[in-house]
Write a protein that binds this ligand. Structure first.
Ligand code: CU
Length: 158
């Protein structure tokens, strides 16, 4: 059993709105009262794309509740946003990503990413790209991806 960090407890109240539309989780076998996912998205960014044909987005989803699933992503930047993993150096499209109970789902350079194709315009560094992350239980969470330099690659502290 993983303990909640102080940080994830503090952010809980900010997520009430995002979770308000959720009818509640059901039928997980755990029988725990913490079945409801409690998601927080941090560290979001987009490296400035070199062409208007393709861009990638990264972020971390931290969950201090029950498991959830990221099922799709939408954005004004592109009508074609897909979920990708990277396996053995090659990317693969995924139908969904699990957000583990009391765990994290990481999107990071060289690993999982969201991919935008056929962009409506080419985002420049300093711009913000808004995306909607659609979760099976938590509903939609809007995230703003600041556009960073093309080579931006933060170290995350996991
Ligand atoms: Cu990809």
């Amino acid at each position: 059993m993983r303990r909640l960090t102080a940080a994830s407890v503090v952010v809980t109240s900010a997520l009430t709105l995002a979770l308000a539309g959720c009818g509640g989780s059901d039928d997980d076998a755990s029988g725990s009262t913490t079945d409801k996912p409690d998601l927080k998205v941090t560290g979001a960014y987009m490296p400035a794309p070199s062409m208007a044909t393709m861009a990638a987005g990264f972020f971390t989803v931290t969950n201090s509740g029950g498991a959830d699933t990221l099922t799709s992503v939408t954005s004004d930047l592109s009508g074609d946003v897909t979920l990708h993993s990277t396996k053995g150096g090659a990317m693969e499209e995924e139908k969904s990503f699990t957000v583990p109970a009391d765990g994290t789902l990481d999107f990071a350079s060289g690993g999982n990413h969201i991919m935008f194709e056929m962009l409506t315009h080419k985002p420049k560094q300093g711009e913000k790209v808004s995306v909607e992350l659609h979760f099976a239980k938590s509903g939609t969470i809007e995230v703003s991806l600041p556009v960073k330099s093309a080579t931006y690659n933060p170290k995350t502290g996991h």
